[in-house]
Structures are given as C-alpha cells and as structure tokens.
Write a protein that binds this ligand. Structure first.
Ligand SMILES: Nc1nc2c(ncn2[C@@H]2O[C@H](COP(=O)(O)OP(=O)(O)OP(=O)(O)O)[C@@H](O)[C@H]2O)c(=O)[nH]1
Ligand SMILES: [Mg+2]
Ligand SMILES: [Zn+2]
Length: 324
C-alpha cells in the first residue's frame, strides 16, 4: 500500500501525489472511497494507474453544494479565500452562504475583493462589505490583474512611462507579499463565482502555474478558459503552504447545516447565543428574542441588519423543506 495526497479532482478520477512528488491517476474503489482534494489516502498501484483503498480521517470537510446532483468539496483546509470582484456585482446571498459553510466546517474565511482598478464599482462593493467587516471578517481589497493602474495621478501631471511601470511593478510586489503572508504555512481553498479572478490570483503567486484564465477576447459565452477542475498547487519548495483553485459556482446549498444551528454560524446572530427567553428560539417570532430585539439598520457591531434577518429566515425555511 502507498500513501499520498489528493491534488486534483476530475469527476471520474483523482490525481494523487506521492511523498516523492510523483503524480498518479487513481480511481475510487466503490462509493466509500470517494475522495476530494486535500485528502490523505492509501492507494494500490495497478499498471500505471492506481486505486484508492482508504481515506485517512479528515480534519475538516468543506461542502459546496451546487444542486442536488453535483457536490464538490475539499478537505483538511486551514483557510478559505472567498473571492469577490467589483465586476460582476456579487451576490450577497452567495457570500453569506459561503461564510456559513466555512463556519460549519470550522475553517477561517478571508474575503478578497478583487478588481480595485475598477474604482467606482469597487468602492460600491467595499461599502456592501462593511457589515461583514463589523462581524469580524477580514476583507482584503486587491487588483490581481488590473487592466488600468490602480492609483492614478492627476491628469495634468504626466509621469514618464518607466516610472509608471515601476510603480505598477511595486504594486504587484506589494499584493503578492500581502497574499503570501496570509497564506504562509496553510492550505488555502480559493472559491467564488466564475470570473472573479481565482485562477488569476494563483497565476500571480505562481507564474509557472500558467492556469488558463477567462480573457475577454475568448468570447465570454464560450466558457473556454473557465476552470472546470479542483487543483492543488504548492506555494513553496518545502511544501508547507498550498493553494487550491476551484471552478466558479452559481448556487450554494446549505443542506448539510442543521437549521437550529444556523444562527450560531452567523456571527452577528451568534453574539446573542443563549440570550433569548426560550433555549430553542428560532429567532423568527418568539417573544423576548434577543435577535429580534437587536434588529437595526444602524452601522453598529451590536446590530443585526433587517436584510440579514430576512436572509436567515429564507435559509431557515429552505432547511425546513430539505430532504437531506
Ligand atoms: N479589471 C480587472 N480584471 C481582472 C483582475 N483580476 C482578474 N481580472 C480578469 O477577470 C477575468 C476572469 O479571471 P479568472 O482568473 O479566469 O476568473 P476565475 O475566478 O478563475 O473564473 P472561473 O475559472 O470561471 O471560476 C479575466 O479576464 C481576468 O483578466 C483585476 O484586478 N482587474
Ligand atoms: Mg478559474
Ligand atoms: Zn431568539
């Protein structure tokens, strides 16, 4: 039996990396051995491919359920970078669901807002993230692959081109160093909607990775350079830090979450845990409910925004209908 790490997931097969750094295509033996990227496995060689015989117990498992049929996960993670962009305008429901999923799996999320070069929509998006900052989430504003300089000088002071270039380069270095600091010594899963710049982020950190990204010139609808598989990349030679690219998604089901546990996974709600009159309060209609008592659209750490409560009620209802 050989040991290995799952570094790629392609639907019908996975790629396993051996301790010596070789990569082998493996197939699962039966339903029980369905593994995901990040899994430590035992595998048996058969000709030039392999069979997964055993999955080592997981530290955690991130669920990302697109719909009833297709589920994708990664295991044994330290950090999730949830990437949003100034454009396309992000879905707050998707963000909120992803954060709940991270909390449920006990994995720290960091929100990355990309495309800082698109100043106006970027600032709007940053404003929409203010409540999440107040909840204690880290928000990192970046321009991973800007199409224009991020910081522009007044038009009447033209700068020599080489200086502009040098500034652009030093900004790149700043972004890379900022990111590498966050990722140091961790296994990080990059997730977010299609087109936000997940693969661009990995290319910036690892120019040799040369992941195809969705360029405007390659017809938006063709989906040609959209990521379709989940892949693991080492960030350092000592193999202490790793980053995982994943396909973009639309929906984000939370069917694995217990509805009575939902409020504990939302930090603005969780601050009132145990303060309602009834221990099994659903925070929907009960008298002397600490959550309902603190609904307010004031920008305060103690407030629960009415739109967050509407979101909570929607997900609570969804989980009440759930067949899972
Ligand atoms: N303006 C601007 N565009 C960017 C920036 N970063 C990435 N992009 C562009 O955004 C588009 C999508 O980037 P990708 O890296 O392919 O996005 P992705 O999240 O991997 O998308 P999927 O693989 O489909 O999930 C590309 O055209 C990038 O050039 C940025 O900082 N500013
Ligand atoms: Mg991609
Ligand atoms: Zn309550």
């Amino acid at each position: 039996m050989n040991s290995g790490l799952v570094v790629g997931s392609h639907g019908h097969h996975v790629v396993v990396e051996t301790p010596a750094g070789e990569r082998v295509i493996c197939h699962a033996r039966g339903k029980k051995n369905q593994c995901v990227v990040g899994d430590r496995v035992q595998w048996q060689a058969s000709k030039d491919e392999g069979t997964i015989e055993k999955i080592e117990s997981r530290r955690n498992l991130l669920y990302r359920q697109d719909d009833i049929r297709s589920k994708q996960f990664a295991a044994n993670l330290d950090l999730v970078l949830f990437v949003l962009a100034a454009e396309p305008v992000f879905s707050e429901s998707q963000l909120a669901r992803a954060l709940i999923s991270c909390e449920a799996a006990k994995i720290t999320p960091v929100i990355v807002l990309n495309k800082a070069d698109l100043t106006v929509p970027f600032n709007d998006a940053m404003l929409r993230l203010a409540p999440y900052k107040r909840m204690g989430y880290d928000v990192l504003g970046l321009a991973i692959k800007p199409t224009r300089p991020v910081r522009t000088e007044p038009a009447e002071v033209p700068r020599p081109t080489n200086q502009g270039l040098r500034q652009a380069q030093s900004e790149r270095i700043e972004v890379v160093e900022q990111l590498l600091q966050v990722l140091q010594g961790k296994t990080t899963f990059v997730m977010g909607a299609s087109g936000v710049g997940k693969s661009s982020l990995i290319n910036l950190l690892l120019p040799d990775a040369e992941i195809a990204t969705r360029e405007i010139s390659t017809a938006l609808n063709s989906g040609k350079h959209t990521t379709t598989t989940t892949s693991w990349f080492w960030l350092d030679e000592s193999k202490k830090s790793a980053i995982i690219d994943s396909p973009g998604f639309q929906e984000f089901g939370l069917h694995h979450v217990d509805k009575m546990h939902l409020a504990k996974l939302m930090p603005d709600f969780a601050q009132y845990d145990g303060e309602c009159r009834f221990y099994n309060c659903t925070h929907l209609h009960e008298p002397q409910c600490a959550v309902l008592a603190n609904l307010s659209d004031e920008p305060m750490d103690t407030a629960i925004h009415p739109s967050r409560h509407a979101f909570y009620a929607r997900v609570f209802e969804e989980l009440s209908q759930s067949k899972f």
